[in-house]
Design a protein around this ligand. Structure first.
Ligand code: AMP
Ligand code: MG
Length: 420
């Protein structure tokens, strides 16, 4: 099997998955989820024409000669209903959000007036009719779709949902994800420190990457490099929607993950991607027919090296999980930055260099986080983003404009925006 390009591997994964089923959640629990239904306005907002300012509601015809002194007939607060009509030479004191009184077609803000006496006010400016009035239905119209299915629920969307009194909504389910680390050399979190062992960091870094996507994973622990033990763990893991296996997917004599998965019925789609850090990366599908409805489980054999495992998660697992959760934007947001130093590169594989980002007068600048070995987890811990070195590049030069995928934050985009 030849090496797939990063984008071809992403494509293969995305073609294999569907959106998960739909469930109902409460408004308070809905942040980050994706709407599986259209949401409509249940009234006009504002419900009638209201003032946009604290000021005076009046007839614009009275502004022919400025300054104009008008008699105040009423005070209208937000929540009040006006009881008087405003006629020629009259006005009503009005607060932001309060309904416009009959007869008035304009609002003048307080700052453009002077108090003359208790009962009247002097208007100092001329404005067009309709000034500082929010029209009925300007914010949303009763019956209109205000949020379309597929919308990600952000704090702003929560505000809209609350406005239309949506206490519950239908959203795509989150995937159930299990994490399994493999390797005789691994030392568990609660094991005593043994200088001959390697602490299992991957389970926890992957856990955190999932949590950042809003998914609470199940940690299955550590399986030894033993086919029978591995098979037992994999069987448990394959009951989840997605199983992430760290380590053991390479071609070493103790790398049993791929053959064991295949023996359990997993169909491997690919296991080599032309990227650095990263390969081997295995991806497979298990067709499930347990309860009559076919439902697939997806397995990733991620590289054991800590940086490779995290970078593969970013490039492949993140878009897949976001797709399953109904998101339209699957990929980490990218930006263009100026490189502060040369980057060596041998053509053939797409490389992801961990960088920090800073800003200067001309824009963003990207600097390597230091030694880039696939075991150098600090290079990842310090990184703001992944600089994408195209596969055909023969090296980058200081001052070049480069593409950087952001690692932090919740910003995602529709398109993969790097050239491989
Ligand atoms: P493998 O892909 O199984 O050949 O693992 C490659 C290397 O990654 C191993 O030699 C370990 O140093 C490291 N490694 C594997 N699994 C983990 C893990 N769960 N946590 C930290 N490092 C790991
Ligand atoms: Mg191993």
């Amino acid at each position: 099997m030849e090496h797939l390009s990063v984008t071809n591997a992403q494509q293969c994964i995305l073609e294999s998955v569907n959106k998960l089923d739909i469930e109902t959640v409460g408004l308070e629990q809905s942040l980050g989820r994706v709407l599986a239904e259209d949401v409509r306005a249940n009234r006009d907002i504002p419900p009638y024409d209201v003032s946009a300012m604290d000021g005076y509601a009046l007839c614009s015809a009275d502004l022919a000669k400025i300054p104009a002194t008008l008699k105040i007939v009423e005070d209208i607060k937000a929540g009040d209903m006006p009881s008087k009509q405003v006629g020629a030479g009259q006005c009503a004191r009005i607060m932001t959000g309060a309904p416009m009184p009959r007869g008035a077609d304009t609002v003048i803000r307080v700052e453009d007036t002077d108090v003359v006496s208790d009962g009247s006010v002097q208007i100092n400016v001329k404005v067009k009719p309709g000034n500082d009035i929010r029209l009925q239905g300007e914010g949303m119209r009763n019956g209109d779709v205000v949020l379309a299915a597929g919308t990600e629920i952000t704090p702003g969307v929560i505000g809209i949902l609350a406005t239309v009194k949506s206490k519950q909504m239908r959203v795509y389910r989150r995937p159930r994800v299990a994490i399994l680390s493999t390797g005789d050399e691994l030392e568990g979190m609660d094991d005593p420190v043994d200088p001959n062992k390697i602490p299992n960091s991957n389970s926890y870094a992957l856990m955190a990457q999932l949590q950042a996507l809003g998914i609470e994973p199940t940690l299955l622990g550590i399986a030894r490099d033993d086919p029978a033990e591995l098979a037992e763990y994999l069987q448990r893991g394959l009951r989840f929607d997605v199983l992430l296996v760290s380590g053991g997917s390479s071609v070493g004599v103790h790398d049993y993950v791929r053959p064991t998965m295949e023996a359990l019925g997993v169909r491997m789609k690919f296991w080599r991607v032309a990227m650095k850090p990263g390969h081997p990366l295995a991806f497979g599908v298990l067709q499930q027919n347990g309860d009559g409805t076919p439902k697939d489980s997806f397995v990733f054999g991620l590289p054991g090296n800590p940086v490779s495992s995290m970078v593969c998660f970013e490039e492949f697992v993140t878009p897949m999980l976001r797709s399953m959760m109904g998101h339209a934007r699957l990929y980490r947001r990218t930006l263009t930055a100026r490189l502060t130093h040369d980057v060596k590169h041998q053509a053939g594989r797409t490389e992801f260099v961990r960088v920090t980002l800073a800003k200067d007068g001309s824009g963003y600048v990207a600097t390597s986080t230091g030694s880039q070995g696939s075991g150098m987890l600090l290079s990842m811990a310090r990184a703001d983003g992944l600089l994408v070195v195209p596969a055909d590049s023969t090296g980058l030069i200081a001052g070049e404009q480069v593409t950087v995928q952001l690692l932090d934050g919740t910003a995602f985009q529709n398109e993969i925006e790097f050239r491989e």
